[in-house]
Design a protein around this ligand. Structure first.
Ligand code: BES
Ligand code: MN
Ligand code: MN
Length: 488
């Protein structure tokens, strides 16, 4: 109530004096300057909690993190903050409703993180955050698992809302929904959303869990790929065998698996699974030309990865291969003897984890079925094959003619002085299509991470500059979205 009153009084004051309120909006920049150390220190604390959702050994830490996120929402000034139980890890909810007549922004993010392995490749422990300068981040970057994906990024929203509430600058309603299972496929979230449509009702869903092209090239992600993830096992004989006694006479499951995997791409790196491309929509030349306008330096890309050539599907350039084309990749392969020295053995089993990134209109369950049938069909006599589906998710494309996109674009213009570039992303946030279907609203992907921030890799980091720039930019989204919603 006081907030609403405060806002109206302020408007009234400005109207009386004949000022345009916009010009007198205290810039988030000064709040950030004033609270800089605290804003960074609080994130460092959150990053100390090892909220690894994939590994049950961390389950207490994941739960503790949910509590810490709830606390941060309370501290920011949110109301009705809840740690909502699910059959998996809890979803943290909080809201600040000023007036039901005003538009509502729903912020989604995730407080769980990827496993930090391999630990020996980290320059500092993954859950002991430190700030170090890098070439890309001379202002310093925060090194920790989750720094960019997604603790650092969802926390920008918590802090931006804190600023808006405290400074009486929140122009509309806000709701938070921060989950703890994104990195394992958002297993419980679908059910939660379906059961809480009323509570989650909103006019736009705002997410920072993607990246931007460069620090001086802001971008808005306009689509993400879907995912089908399977684990395969090839079984030969009923026990590991002496490779001299049996070698050459029975199938070696590792040799067979390697051959089967190799056959999944042809010489042009097209995927060979029958029907795989049936629903893939070719982008028009015009759309592809537009994509090609996004700044991209192939030499710098190769240099950053220390590779002498890029590799991929014939007929497509790098930025198409990693965004608008579907892929099939082996994520892990194992079997047989991998210890010290040599052991002469033909293993009984070989395994691989295989993921397929999908583009609009491909259905992850259908693709899983096509993969399974194909993989079983190409198995030679002498082995048995099993395919175990893991998780999946639908691709998602956002409209660029929506007021949400325009609001985001104006927000970036306000703080970067540049119009952001629309860009399709290659990663996945599998729950997006369900959000749109169940909540009937559009999604804006406003990311502040960089590809070089090493998400999911050792030495993940997030630039302090990017973090603060996010906190600065987000309030402008609220301002412009509210204005555009009112038809201004
Ligand atoms: N935040 C990422 C997705 C992402 C990152 C999209 C950068 C675009 C740019 C998300 O946390 C993620 O890692 N998703 C997983 C899927 C999930 C089911 C494990 C992915 O893309 O592999
Ligand atoms: Mn993420
Ligand atoms: Mn991730």
């Amino acid at each position: 109530m006081t907030v609403i009153l405060g806002r109206y009084l302020k408007n009234f004051f400005f109207v009386c004096l004949g000022f345009d309120k916009k010009e007198f909006m205290p810039s988030p920049g000064s709040y950030i300057e004033q609270h800089r150390d605290r804003l960074v220190q609080e994130l460092l604390q959150l990053l100390q909690l090892p909220s690894v959702s994939a590994d049950p050994a961390f389950s207490q830490d994941v739960l503790e993190t949910a509590g810490a996120v709830a606390q941060s929402l309370v501290h920011a000034g949110c109301e009705n903050v809840e740690v909502c139980d699910t059959s998996g890890y809890p979803i943290v909810y909080g809201e600040k409703i000023l007036d039901p007549q005003l538009p509502t922004v729903l912020v989604y993010g995730h407080y769980d993180v990827q496993p930090p392995d391999p630990l020996e490749l980290w320059d500092s422990p993954p859950f002991e955050p430190v700030i170090r300068e890098t070439e890309t981040h001379p202002e310093g970057a925060i090194f920790a698992r989750g720094a960019c994906d997604d603790k650092g990024q969802f926390y920008m929203h918590v802090k931006a809302v804190e600023y808006m509430i405290r400074e009486n600058e929140l122009p509309c309603n806000v709701k938070f929904m921060i989950e703890g299972e994104e990195e394992v496929g958002s297993v419980s979230l679908g059910e939660f959303v379906k059961a809480n449509r009323e509570k989650l009702a909103n006019d736009i869903i705002l997410i920072s869990d993607t990246g931007m092209i460069a620090k001086d090239v802001p971008s808005i992600t306009t689509g993400l790929r879907g995912l089908s993830y399977a684990e395969v096992t090839v079984t030969g004989a009923n026990r590991d065998l002496h490779s001299g006694l049996y070698g050459g006479a029975v199938a070696n499951p590792i040799n067979v698996l390697a051959k089967m995997i190799a056959s999944l791409h042809d010489a042009d790196n097209h995927i060979t699974i029958p029907g795989f491309y049936d629903r893939v929509q070719e982008l028009s030349r015009k759309e592809r030309d537009l994509m090609a306008e996004a700044p991209f330096d192939l030499e710098a890309y190769k240099k950053a990865l220390d590779i002498d050539a890029v590799y991929g599907e014939k007929g497509y350039v790098t930025n198409e291969r990693n965004a608008i084309r579907p892929t099939l990749d082996v994520n892990g392969i194992w079997g047989g003897y991998t210890g010290e020295g040599a052991k002469t053995v033909i293993p009984s089993k070989a395994h691989a984890k295989i993921s397929m990134r999908l583009v609009p209109h491909q259905d992850w369950q259908e693709i899983m079925q096509l993969f399974r049938e194909h993989f079983e069909r190409i198995a030679p006599p002498g082995v048995r094959v099993s395919v175990k589906p893991h998780h999946g998710g639908e691709p998602y494309v956002t409209p660029i003619d929506h007021i949400g996109y325009q609001a985001a674009s104006k927000a970036f213009e306000a703080t970067f002085g540049k119009t952001p570039v629309p860009q399709r992303g290659g990663g996945s946030i599998p729950i997006l299509a369900l959000f749109e279907r169940e909540l009937k609203s559009k999604i804006i992907l406003m990311g502040f991470g960089l590809d070089s921030d090493a998400i999911h890799s050792p030495n993940e980091h997030f630039g302090v500059w990017n973090y603060l720039k996010g906190i600065e930019t987000i309030p402008y989204f609220y301002k412009y979205f509210t204005e555009l919603s009112a038809g201004k």
